[in-house]
Design a protein around this ligand. Sequence first.
Ligand code: ATP
Length: 605
Amino acid sequence: MTEQTKFSVLCSLYTWIQRSKSSAKKRSKFRKFLDSFCRDKNYFAAIRLILPNLDRERGSYGLKESVLATYLIDALGMSRDSEDALRLVNWRKGGAKTGANAGNFAQVAAEVLQRRQGMQSGDLTIKELNDLLDQLASSENRAEKALILSTLIKKTNAQEMKWIIMIILKDLKLGISEKSIFNEFHPDAEDMFNVTCDLKLVCEKLKDRNQRHKRQDIEVGKAVRPQLAKRVANASEAWKKLHGKDVVVECKFDGDRIQIHKNGTEIHFFSRNFIDHSEYRHAMSDIIIQNILVDRCILDGEMLVWDTLLNRFAEFGSNQEIAKAARDGLDSDRQLCYVAFDILYVGDTSVIHQSLKERHELLRKVVRPLKGRLEILVPNGGLNTHRSPGEPCWSFVAHNVDEVERFFKETIENRDEGIVLKDLSSKWEPSDRSGKWLKLKPEYVHPGSDLDVLIIGGYYGSGRHGGEVAQFLVALAERPSPNTHPTKFISFCRVGTGLPDDELDAVVTKLKPYFRKYEYPKKRPPSFYQVTNHSKERPDVWVESPEKSIILSITSDIRTIESEVFAAPYSLRFPRIDRVKYDKAWYECLDVQSFIELVHSSNGT
Ligand code: ATP
């Protein structure tokens, strides 16, 4: 019986899969497990523990590594400043003993547990584990969660507990794709999951591998995995890829991808990972009920915030806050606005097999737009809101590559996220990224000049960069008086990507002798650095003085964001290291004032 199978059996399967080199071997281990231990065909009980990130039955545990660390400390009854407790809290950094495991929380935890748990398995069954995980997800209270964890610890050994931690973190790192697991389970499993996002249903309906299942269509009330866009480098590549097709070019809105499912007065707001965002209900349900002119329907689009004072969409990041303000009846100049760019279901029929051109027609018929609240994105019109003064177009049918290029340039000037090109004859296909939709983003464009910034701190990495500095806190200088060097450096942004590993290593090696640990709140950073108290800023190490440091040239999406995390008034969105400027002295760092001038000139203000 699956449920009575010991969890230790599943742990052996994890280890085998992880150690096997070829995908075929990994799959055959999984098959053997199903055939030997799931004879009663209760596959869900086991598969939800193999694909924990797809299991929606259990809601969220609300436990990321840092929180899990404190709960484990409580559960193990450790003192907060014991060596092992610090090891858990500082899991990214590692130390003399955890060096090899730094960056892998489950592994660090296994080491700490090893010293407290016996080697012997506690005989936990799959059923017991699922029950305890249910309790862990449903309990909201800290003491209760710690108690459940300590029960789990009592019933397992360190290796088993390590896997449970990975289940809780929803990433088993088995080195096998979800596609392979699905295909080995049943040839129709992936398809069915894509249109239902329901692992339990897949496990229950597809018990017989030899019996094929009629292709299931989408249903109102069940999240569908979204159609995705393939990235291209420039307008001509996009145009070439869609050669000979009718192409619509759309603005790429920067919000939350949300599927709205309407069934009478029942409304769901499913995100990309199939979570129903009920917090949108208060602000949006009535509008949806009144302005979608059919009883049942699924819309695909982006949830954004519309600023009624500025008459434009607000920058990404305030959806939750505005949803809560609406729920609490607070007055605001900002409101949620849904932009529907596709329609997947109308009345009692799925329409994903119709062409995009036909679906645009349906959108026009089915949705009555409401300015700044509910908009439709269809070529040449639709949206009531203007893109920018004198530039009302958010979407158009393109006739040549120059039109695409021009639209993309406007996007950059407008500081939008990018553009999406779509084949108007294409179907909407769940989880497809084959190129029916192409995206073009203005990331990493220089804001007219190099941004030469100074490294003032470092953050330890995780995974392959565990235990070493892998990201930097960089700063702008305070403008010095003429003919003097700057004396103050103002924290600006955190940057890690962009450099090849060997170049990153070289910078870290050069700076290593000058890194000083920063143990908040005991030690303040050196006084020539102006920083905030924000926990998101706090680096793990500081460079002991600016003269010892190195200048990096960074680039970014041209959009800046107003910053509370860093001391400078603006920070960068998606910053990236372009080059290490060994030829520049520390005092040649860009100053804040020049940077602000740059921002204003690129904003046109
Ligand atoms: P990205 O970080 O570029 O959004 P992603 O992996 O989240 O990447 P992609 O499928 O690659 O998603 O890009 C499409 C995403 O762009 C959608 O998920 C959606 O959230 C967003 N988007 C914004 N405007 C549009 C639009 N007009 N048409 C399609 N997608 C859009």
